[in-house]
Ligand binder design. Structure first.
Ligand code: DC
Length: 226
């Protein structure tokens, strides 16, 4: 049985992280949410008023940032820690979603986080989701998935996710945020969001969560038993 790297890339709110988490659990693989790392850096930058035009301040901030993941013993889910503090709830708030694409476009931020992600995935047996996992972080990943879904479905999914976290956000605000992030994420110079040539496209518009997961399990098993 092979230990493989599974890279799941795609636009925001297409179901990447929920499916990636469940896939990792099914395969007894580690799950790594690379978006959470960019969100944690964004939180640090917001809290410390780091000026994005000051490369020295950015460098110093990156030296002071320590991100790790811990498993919540009640929910059994992985949660994000920034310098020892659990920030899982905070990094999902709208003000972070508003800023994160701008900060994740910074070359220094990407270099640092890509290096950390490569370390975390070195032992394989990992499912990692993000925007550049199959193209930049793990271009040799054995299985690459590129997820997409229609905008109206993405907006509805994100709105429900926020409501589950007790945040009521208008449809229009969510749509604007997703469109803006799609634009910044796919046009930035450093490792933009794009489909790897050898990625399998999974359109989740008309799929239920169970159908999405089943497809990914089938594809993974084919690679693991190869
Ligand atoms: O997956 P997410 O929506 O939590 O990601 C938040 C932002 O982080 C996303 O808009 C772009 C950035 N990101 C990135 O640039 N590269 C990654 N590998 C993951 C996320």
């Amino acid at each position: 049985m092979n230990k493989i790297v599974i890279a799941i890339d795609g636009y925001s709110a297409c179901g990447k992280s929920t499916t990636a988490k469940a896939l990792a659990k099914t395969l007894s693989y580690a799950y790594l949410d690379s978006g959470a790392m960019y969100r944690a850096v964004t939180l640090y930058f917001c809290r410390n008023h780091i000026k994005l035009t000051n490369p020295k301040a950015i460098q110093k901030a990156l030296e002071n940032i320590n991100i790790h993941f811990g498993v919540n013993s009640k929910t059994n889910l992985s949660e994000t820690y920034l310098n020892g503090l659990n920030v899982e709830k905070e990094i999902r708030k709208m003000y972070i979603s508003e800023k994160v694409s701008e900060i994740s476009a910074l070359v220094d931020v990407r270099r640092e986080l890509v290096a950390q992600q490569r370390k975390l995935g070195k032992k394989k047996a990992v499912v990692m989701d993000g925007r550049d996992i199959g193209t930049v972080v793990f271009p040799d990943a054995e299985l690459k998935i590129f997820m997409r879904a229609d905008m109206r479905v993405r907006v509805a999914r994100r709105q429900k996710e926020l409501l589950d976290r007790e945040q009521l956000v208008e449809t229009e605000t969510i749509r604007n945020n997703l469109e803006k992030r799609d634009r910044i994420d796919s046009t930035r110079e450093e490792s933009p969001l794009r489909q790897a040539e050898d990625a399998i496209v999974l359109d989740t518009t008309y799929l239920t969560f169970e159908e999405q997961l089943d497809k990914l399990i089938d594809l993974s098993i084919q690679k693991i038993w190869l």
